[in-house]
Design a binder for this molecule. Structure first.
Ligand code: PLP
Ligand code: COI
Length: 370
């Protein structure tokens, strides 16, 4: 097996090509119907960190299982964070990702909150470049498809004392992706969790850490049992304000054309799609209120006709219309409500930028294959 040394600034990445890389025919079969998060490319990135040596041993290696000591602290105390971003293939074949500096900075903020080491923005973006350099053929080209990239960081010191680990691993894996929801871009129903909270004041709600998702799984089961695709969480303190969904932010479109979305109060994830939608809406001259939205506001707004559209947004979900909110004692909206006009128009504009069909006037794209 050849090991090629490559130089990058400031980390140097080595490359060990996979001896088991899939043949073109097998890859194309997967890319024809990738689903979401089911298939993985031939390689992965691995970078080690210790308190003594800092970040070192940056490698692109064959995709495969990690060796973890059973005492690795991530397995016991969930010291873990992750990111999610996509690589889009443009019509000329070139490969681009969307606002990766924002993901890099959010990973740094998550690292601070979880007492993990920060990786520089440059090393984060270089880790994406290195993976795409070797696995670029895994970026599908059909409409609405992409390569979903999942960087993550885990505490892998073998130690059962409860403190920040002295040994950490950063990895990047990639998975060809179609629509996140099985129904594609069709409106989804969401389930209101009244019994469970996602985040409280001073907690980890604004960090992208695995623990937040672990605690969302039980209400997510409830959602599925009730025919809903996602869970909506309310603020833990009053149980009356809309926070966000298990894996997406939420927006409301009002009759006069303005938008509203829950303010960033420290308990919700600072979504990059959310921020981009705010910018695109303001570019159109629309007002966006980042504010407190209560369940009463939502119900009354739908009843009076002031709220005309509701949608979810995130890297995986892009922009997905919400038709109805259901809960044990509540039903707002209509399951047959069609996708909203502004919802779909913002979705089109965002994806046109991501897929290079319209000028990238905000400089949001980073080309990864050149
Ligand atoms: N909220 C949560 C809990 C998420 O997991 C995500 C997905 O990453 C988002 C919001 C949307 O964030 P982004 O638009 O950066 O993907
Ligand atoms: C993303 O949108 O990137 C996420 O991490 C959300 C998850 C539900 C897939």
């Amino acid at each position: 097996m050849t090991v090629t040394e490559t130089t990058s600034y400031p980390l140097r990445f080595s490359l060990t090509p996979s001896p088991a890389a899939r043949a073109e025919a097998e890859r194309e079969e997967i890319l024809a119907d990738p689903g979401f998060g089911k298939h993985f490319t031939d390689h992965m990135v691995s970078i080690d960190w210790t308190t003594a040596a800092g970040w070192h041993d940056a490698q692109v290696i064959p995709y495969g299982p990690l060796m973890l000591d059973p005492a690795a602290s991530v397995l016991h105390y969930a010291q873990e964070i992750f990111e999610g971003l996509k690589v889009y293939r443009h019509a000329d074949g070139s490969l681009h990702t969307f606002r990766p500096e924002a993901n890099a900075r959010r990973l740094q903020r998550s690292a601070q909150r979880l007492a993990l080491p920060e990786l520089s923005v440059e090393d984060f973006i270089e880790s994406l470049r290195r993976l795409v350099a070797v696995d670029g053929q895994w970026v599908p080209s059909a409409p609405e498809t992409s390569l979903y990239i999942r960087p993550f960081m885990i505490a892998n010191e073998s130690f059962l004392g409860v403190r920040a680990a002295h040994k950490v691993g950063y990895y990047v894996i990639a998975s060809p992706a179609g629509a996140y929801f099985a129904a594609g871009v069709a409106p989804v129903k969401i389930w209101l969790s009244t019994e469970y909270s996602r985040a409280g004041r001073g907690g980890t709600g604004a960090a992208k850490c695995g623990g937040n998702y672990a605690s969302s799984l039980l209400p997510q089961v409830e959602a599925y049992e009730n025919g809903c695709a996602q869970v909506l969480f309310l603020d833990a303190e009053t149980g009356s304000h809309v926070d966000e969904l298990g894996g997406m932010n939420i927006f409301f479109v009002h009759k006069d054309g303005h938008l509203s979305t829950p303010a960033l109060t420290g308990t919700i994830l600072e979504g990059i799609t959310r921020q981009s939608i705010i910018t695109l809406a303001k570019d159109r001259g629309l007002t966006v209120d980042e504010t407190t939205i209560t369940m009463d506001d939502w119900r009354d707004g739908i009843e009076s006709g002031d709220i005309t559209e509701v949608f979810a947004c995130g890297t995986a979900a892009v922009i997905t219309p919400i038709s109805q909110l259901l809960g044990s004692e509540i039903s707002i909206g209509n399951p047959d409500a069609p996708a909203g006009e502004l919802t779909m128009s913002l979705r089109r504009e965002l994806t046109d930028i991501q897929y290079g069909r319209t000028p990238d006037r905000h400089g949001w794209l980073t080309r990864l294959d050149a």
